[in-house]
Each structure stands twice: as structure tokens, then as C-alpha cells.
Ligand binder design. Structure first.
Ligand SMILES: [Zn+2]
Length: 161
């Protein structure tokens, strides 16, 4: 079966940076529902359309096609007193970020600690970086009606509910 809208696709994948260093190699296949359900980067989805089991794709992603550009507004100084005594550079904290009337949890990394303040960075670690996404198609199957209704994959590699 070729990859088309409402196909469930499993990929063996690897993400490299623009220097050819491996950033991430999927231990488990990445499984997504093809056809604009936001399960995978749109540029990768485009490259996979029409491919079938065993085919390989390689896609160069600019930051705006992957995790976005870095946003300086997500780098903030917070009072030291709001953090635990042993706060150190490299630690991660979760905070609620308000978007209008709903709050979204965002992970912040501590990038600097001084006597009275802590600098935190809420950018995705890969924001601002071009990526080289390589994948091999492991399997392709038609989605069930329920998966199409939900807009995501059920079972192995997908949602369980
Ligand atoms: Zn579901």
C-alpha cells in the first residue's frame, strides 16, 4: 500500500543536525496518521506521500519547518527565591504559560543562576536549528474508521484509551 491520506504509517527514523551529528535515533518506530493530522512535520509528510514499505526519505528541515525559531521572550529572569535552594544550570522546571484564558505547561531550562535571580529558557532544545530527518517506511496500513474520527493512531505506537 502506498502512503496516502488516512494511512497509518510506521517509520524507523533518525534526526541529525546540520553537522551530520545524530541528535535522535528512534528506538521504537514513529507511528502517525497520514493526511494533515499534525502527527509529524508537514515537510516530512509531503516527502512520504506515495512511498511504500521499505522506501527511504531524507528531508532537510529549516528551523521554521521543525521546532521553530528561538523566541527571546521565552528567556526570562525570575527571582532566585522562587526556586529550590540547590537550583543549578541545566535543571528543568515546568511552569504554566498563559495563552489568553487557558494555561499551557511549558518546560524551562535553567541557563544561569546568580545570587538573586535565575535565568530560564523555555525554547525547545532544537528551536533555531536546521535538522536532517531520515526515515525508512516500516509499514503502511489503512486507518480504522475510529482512528480517522479521532485524528490519531490507536494501538502499538499510538494512543491507548
Ligand atoms: Zn483515539
Amino acid at each position: 500500500m502506498k502512503i496516502m491520506k488516512n494511512a497509518v504509517v510506521a517509520l524507523q527514523y533518525e534526526v541529525l543536525d546540520d553537522q551530520g551529528e545524530t541528535i535522535e535515533r528512534g528506538k521504537e518506530p514513529l507511528v502517525y496518521l497520514h493526511g494533515g493530522h499534525a502527527g509529524i512535520f508537514p515537510r516530512v509528510e509531503e516527502a512520504l506521500a506515495g512511498k511504500e514499505e521499505g522506501d527511504k526519505v531524507q528531508v532537510q528541515l529549516a528551523p521554521e519547518d521543525a521546532f521553530g525559531e528561538r523566541n527571546d521572550a521565552l528567556v526570562r529572569d525570575e527571582p532566585r527565591a522562587r526556586f529550590p535552594e540547590k537550583v543549578a544550570v541545566g535543571m528543568y522546571f515546568e511552569a504554566e504559560l498563559k495563552h489568553g484564558d487557558h494555561a499551557q505547561p511549558v518546560v524551562f531550562k535553567v541557563v544561569d543562576v546568580s545570587d538573586d535571580s535565575v535565568t530560564i529558557d523555555g525554547n525547545h532544545p532544537l528551536a533555531g536549528r536546521p535538522l536532517d530527518f531520515r526515515a525508512t517506511v516500516v509499514s503502511v496500513r489503512p486507518a480504522t474508521k475510529e482512528e480517522i474520527d479521532h485524528g490519531h493512531v490507536h494501538g502499538a505506537g499510538g494512543h491507548h484509551h
